[in-house]
Design a protein around this ligand. Structure first.
Ligand code: ADP
Ligand code: TRP
Length: 320
């Protein structure tokens, strides 16, 4: 089975990104051939500072490798190292009905948020279709926000196949409904655009300060508390074992346990969870040539497959 997942390098990754997308993507390397790439062509629709894009691209590679992506199992690469993708995007765009793209929520949402309505933003789902179809992906695990894009990909693949013969594998989306939304320090969905996030590998003092600012209600210290209504507990449970979670819930319910103590426990659990990853990350960051070599090796493996698919599409369409 071929599994594919892409991550946009648009800034420092936070706990929501880790539990919502990186951790599940890393776990996929056990289930088949996983292609995991850094979607820098896609990021170009929102990141316009070249140095920021380069830095964010390398940061995502370091974060993935530090958090357990094994480059011997999974194929890790930069999207822009596979020039077959933009060529395939063009071919696919000629079988993509305008109406299909006009219906995409994510385009409309981005325009509403103030991004300039350029062609890249509009054609974004076709580029994503090229990513998915190039590697003959069977399964595409995505968050709910990306589900429609996988449906667009299926439509495009079927349209091309109907017109020119069976070239593309029609993929399935794997929607992770079970991954709960990670709350931010204000209790809303954690997102860098709300500035309520906690970075994965942020500065220790800054991380502590953010944890201590997590919003709680005003139940007095002595009173019993409901863990299931508390943002601190919602974050703590992500790092805790089943037993630790139970013990913490018990402390909440018993009373005499204040939110400041819960926040300290959250901070400690988070630091302990990420410590080995942080060490691994520092080691990798000290050797950028090694990371670059890994990305190039991944790109070579990815290109071999993308080339075969592109050649088949070119032949089918009469370009070769
Ligand atoms: P941000 O909202 O910070 O800009 P992105 O939209 O770039 O984050 O997130 C990329 C992916 O990370 C999302 O498609 C989603 O799968 C995951 N993700 C982001 N925030 C959260 C969250 N708070 N809880 C769960 N998953 C999240
Ligand atoms: N658009 C995806 C996101 O913003 C990233 C992405 C690009 C992707 N190409 C992909 C995800 C192909 C899955 C498959 O999260």
């Amino acid at each position: 089975m071929v599994i594919l997942s892409g991550i946009q390098p648009t800034g420092k990754l936070h706990l929501g990104n880790y539990f919502g997308m990186m951790k599940p993507a890393i776990e996929l390397q056990q289930r088949g051939t996983a292609y995991i790439f850094i979607a820098n062509y896609h990021a170009l629709t929102s990141v316009t500072d070249p140095d920021a894009l380069r830095t964010a691209t390398m940061d995502v590679a370091l974060d993935l490798l530090a958090c357990g992506l094994d480059p011997r199992r999974a194929v890790l690469f930069r999207q822009s190292d596979v020039p077959e993708i933009p060529e395939l995007t063009w071919i696919l765009s000629t079988v993509t009905p305008m109406g299909l793209l006009e219906r995409c929520h994510s385009y409309k949402d981005k325009i509403a948020k103030g991004l300039s309505p350029n062609h890249g933003l509009f054609a974004y789902p076709v580029l994503m279709a090229a990513d998915i179809l190039a590697y003959r992906s069977n399964l595409v695990p995505v968050g709910r926000d990306q589900k429609q894009h996988v449906e667009v990909t299926r439509d495009i693949a079927m349209k091309f196949n109907a017109q020119y013969g069976e070239v593309f594998v029609v993929p399935e989306a794997d929607i992770r409904e079970d991954v709960a939304v990670v709350p931010g320090i204000d209790g809303q969905k954690m997102s860098k655009s709300y500035n309520n996030h906690i970075e994965l590998f942020g500065d220790e003092a800054e991380t502590r300060a953010r944890v201590m600012r997590v919003v709680t209600d005003s139940t007095p210290m002595e009173a019993p508390k409901d863990p299931d209504k508390c943002n601190v507990f919602a974050l703590y449970r992500l790092f805790a074992s089943e037993e630790e979670r139970g013990a913490m819930a018990e402390r909440y319910r018993r009373g005499g346990f204040g939110y400041a103590a819960a926040k300290r426990a959250l901070f400690d659990a988070m630091q302990a969870y990420f410590r080995p990853f942080r060490e691994k990350r520092a080691e990798l960051a000290a050797d950028p040539a090694r990371v670059e070599a890994l990305l190039r090796d991944g790109a070579e493996r990815a290109r071999r497959v993308a080339r075969r698919t592109l050649d088949a599409a070119r032949r089918a369409a009469g370009l070769a």
